[in-house]
Design a binder for this molecule. Structure first.
Ligand code: GLA
Length: 355
């Protein structure tokens, strides 16, 4: 039996930019999905999830239709099996047990962690070696075939390419990944708003389509090429263009240890996601406000929006107090139950060494 692990991710800054070939700055977190797997002599992939208490069986040749698998969680399994089969994986069977510490529906990429850990186990069992980028693409496609949501590549690539102590500056056009060290005195705080993400799928697809339409109207391949002037009257596209600039600024500020520059960048990112891209919620807005009020350097919603988590940066010695105070005030203000995670940037996915 072999074990493979894949982390969730939190995005420090740069949301709804990846599918516009822009920039993102995520980090892999120390919450992860692990898959214990052995080869099966038949051509069946059978996966049991300890978290959802469900099991699923799909054909190892990728012929099982991901969108039709019951339970729906099994669609991810069928999706990964299919997109790896498309890349030449032979139909070797697998018996696998999955467990995860990444909270579901929180915007911390629990599904990407599942896809990546499973993909590693499936490749290993069949002796298939794929470069990291190709694995990330296979997992991104698996998400699409399983859920129909046309996601970008950030989550899967961050889960694979994570580096302990670092955030990752990813250029989603070239797919170059540059690890940026996080200053030692900083802690990344993640607080779940207590509201699960809803309607993410259709709203996400609609936002993506709008971005593509604006790019097409401007005669551009993607919004990556657009200037601020070109999109001045297009709120969705304006977000993408301004967010790309903020990601590069934030990466530069982190590298230079200029932490005082990060707060305004995170604040501007949140405001742009709220006002121009319209993917925030009153609960996320309240949580961001309370974190900053309690002394965080900065905070913003993270991931697709519409619920889930906010991310913040705080000085290490004050992080716990800040989160406690913000969570308390948020609870009183909204009646919601927040949940906090103080996460270190973790290494990317891989096999767990045998003991
Ligand atoms: C989801 C998608 C990513 C990215 C974010 C928003 O997490 O999976 O590809 O688009 O939303 O930044």
């Amino acid at each position: 039996m072999k074990t493979f692990r894949a982390p969730g991710r939190v995005n420090l800054i740069g949301d709804h930019t990846d599918y516009n070939e822009g920039f993102v700055l995520p980090l892999a977190i120390d919450l992860e999905c692990s898959v214990q797997a052995t080869r099966r002599p038949d051509a069946v992939v059978h996966v049991t999830s300890l978290d959802v208490g469900l099991e699923v069986e799909v054909a190892a040749d990728g012929s099982t239709e991901p969108s039709e698998v019951e339970p729906a969680w099994g669609g991810y399994v069928a999706g990964v099996v299919r997109t790896l089969a498309d890349r030449g994986r032979s139909p070797v069977g697998l018996e696998a047990i999955v467990s995860s510490t990444v909270p579901l529906g929180a915007g911390l990429s629990s599904s990407a962690a599942l896809e990546v850990a499973l993909a590693l186990a499936l490749c290993d069992a069949a002796g298939l070696q794929l470069p990291t980028l190709e694995l990330a693409r296979a997992c991104q496609e698996a998400e699409l075939v399983a859920t129909g949501v046309p996601v970008g590549i950030m989550d899967q690539l961050a889960s694979l390419a994570g580096r302990r102590g670092h955030a990752l500056l990813i250029d989603c056009r070239s797919l170059a990944v540059e690890p940026i060290p996080l200053p030692a005195g900083l802690t990344v705080v993640i607080v779940h708003s207590g509201v699960s993400r809803t309607l993410v799928g259709s709203a996400y697809a609609e936002r993506r389509r709008t971005c593509e339409l604006v790019a097409a109207r401007l005669g551009l391949r993607t919004l990556r090429e657009a200037t601020a002037e070109q999109v001045a009257d297009e709120p969705r596209a304006r977000h993408v263009v301004s967010e790309n600039a903020r990601v590069l600024e934030a990466a530069r500020a982190l590298s230079a240890g200029a932490t005082d520059e990060l707060g305004p960048l995170l604040a501007a990112s949140h405001a742009s996601l709220r006002d121009d891209f319209e993917v925030s919620t009153p609960a996320l807005d309240a949580l961001v406000e309370e974190l900053v009020e309690a002394g965080a350097i900065g905070a913003r919603l993270t991931g697709a929006g519409f619920g889930g988590c906010v991310v913040g940066l705080a000085s290490r010695d004050k992080a716990e107090t800040i989160v406690e105070q913000a969570a308390g005030r948020y609870r009183t203000r909204t009646g919601r139950q927040p949940r906090a995670f103080l996460c270190g940037p973790a290494d990317g996915a891989g096999a767990v060494p045998e003991r």
